[in-house]
Write a protein of this length. Structure first.
Length: 445
């Protein structure tokens, strides 16, 4: 049964008109915080009134080729009929219901897919709201596991530099202290152990000396360590760096030897971006705990999940402390709309030749960005999967660079010394050429 449509409801506008006037932008500037911006001197924002396929539409009618997938999320592009249908169908049945004491098909369907697809052994799923929260839950699981085991002294975390794990406090504590955007909080954050990040690139020959500082820290602090936390293979917002899979394999082996839990943050890398469904697969390792988010709903709704091994789940659950319960339960846990669109997004991905497609985009990025290597001011150009990075020698002027890119018809959001691309997987070769061409032009000047 559906609610009767009341006269009052009929009078409501069906949706915001697709225009944004100067007053709207003035209101935005005065009243709305954007990510990492000042309220007094905000960086410019571009009014977007629509998004379809691989293009964003600005209020003046200009179309921009999207190079960001809205921060790794919109892997199928925008306004996808299959995802729209999943969302609308679910909205007509049930938009939300609490998850305490209740279960529902969308949650079960998505959890099934995650258990099936994730590295072998990650059989237990905790749904939460965002990537940062998924990392909080992952870290909480590790702490609870050791409390349950009667080793409450194990409250330290070991990570590698140049990481990024989110904006909440435990997540911030394992972000790179300098590039991780949270330096000013150093006095109020727990002090974590940082090994240098691996210098061996993905695709280069491995240098075992790379691993020595990590090993030394892990051995020295094993008694106090609850877990190792890292992004597998691809370090995202902390430096856009791709490291050698052997390093990750050595981390796994050492965690096994010293009995440490391994938490893999696959929030950026999950669902194909690095060329494997999950980046851990490059090294053939299974973490004890894994966080996914971002592309989980194909960029439609905020949803993340923390997956745990049987050992972790059983350790926490067989404890007499707290009756063995995991102490977390967000209000919007396993939101049915988000779960339904998550399953639809995964089905869409797996129904096509996603791997060939990522390889095609990878070749396009490699080819399209190669000329940047010769430009003055460019320190490095690297690609992996459907990710392309131009690293500059000096920090870029974000507003100026962004304006130049928009003027050339592309949407790319540089930060720090990095201009990087991770387009939707549906991008065709000519749009990819245009995207890379615009980046090359702008980086040269
Ligand atoms: C984006 C990101 C997060 C945080 O996710 P949010 O949904 O923004 O909270 C954590 N880890 C990695 C690797 C990310 O890329």
């Amino acid at each position: 049964m559906t609610q009767p449509e009341t006269a009052a409801a009929d009078e409501l506008p069906a949706g915001a008109a697709p225009t944004l006037g100067p007053e709207d932008l003035e209101f935005d500037r005065r009243h709305i915080w954007h990510p990492y911006t000042s309220m007094n001197e905000p960086l410019p924002v571009y009014p977007v009134v629509g998004a379809d396929g691989v293009r964003l539409e600005l209020s003046d009618g200009r179309q921009l080729i999207d190079g960001m997938s809205s921060w790794w999320a919109a892997i199928h592009g925008y306004n996808h009929p299959h995802l729209n249908r999943a969302l609308k169908n679910q909205a007509d049945r049930m938009s939300h219901v609490m998850f305490g004491g209740i279960t529902h098909q969308p949650a079960i369907d998505l959890a099934r897919r995650l258990v099936d697809l994730s590295p072998e052994g990650l059989d237990h799923v905790f749904f939460c709201d965002s990537g940062s929260v998924a990392m909080e839950v992952a870290i909480k699981m590790a702490f609870q596991y050791w409390f349950a085991a009667g080793e409450s002294g194990r409250s330290q975390l070991l990570t590698i530099r140049s990481g990024y794990h989110g904006d909440t406090f435990q997540a911030m504590s394992v972000c790179d202290p300098v590039t991780g955007m949270h330096e000013i909080f150093s006095d109020v954050l727990p002090k974590r152990l940082f090994a240098p990040n691996p210098r061996c690139r993905f695709g280069d020959e491995y240098n075992p000396a790379d691993f020595a500082p990590f090993e030394k820290l892990a051995r020295e602090h094993r008694q106090e360590l609850a877990a190792v936390v890292l992004e597998p293979i691809v370090q995202g917002a902390g430096g856009m760096w791709f490291y050698h899979p052997r390093y990750l394999r050595q981390v796994r082996e050492l965690c096994d030897e010293l009995d440490l839990l391994l938490i893999a943050d696959e929030i950026a890398t999950g669902f194909g971006r690095s060329g494997k469904l999950f980046a851990c697969e490059h090294a053939g390792v299974t973490p004890d705990i894994m966080a996914v988010g971002k592309a989980l709903t194909g960029g439609y709704l905020t949803l993340a999940a923390t997956l745990a091994s049987g050992r972790v789940a059983d350790g926490i659950s067989s404890s007499r402390l707290n009756g063995g319960v995991l102490m977390h339960g967000p209000t919007y846990m396993a939101n049915p709309l988000a779960c339904a669109v998550g399953s639809a997004s995964i089905d869409l991905l797996l129904s096509g030749p996603w791997k060939d497609n990522i390889e095609r985009i990878g070749r396009g990025l490699e080819h399209g960005l190669a000329t940047c290597r010769a430009f003055a001011g460019v320190a490095d150009v690297r690609t992996l999967g459907a990710i392309g990075v131009v690293e500059m020698a000096e920090p870029v002027d974000v507003a100026a660079l962004q304006a130049a890119l928009v003027a050339r018809g592309v949407w790319v959001r540089p930060f720090g010394r990095l201009v990087y691309l991770m387009p939707p997987y549906i991008i065709n070769d000519s749009d990819l050429d245009a995207l890379c061409g615009a980046v090359c032009e702008v980086v040269r000047s």
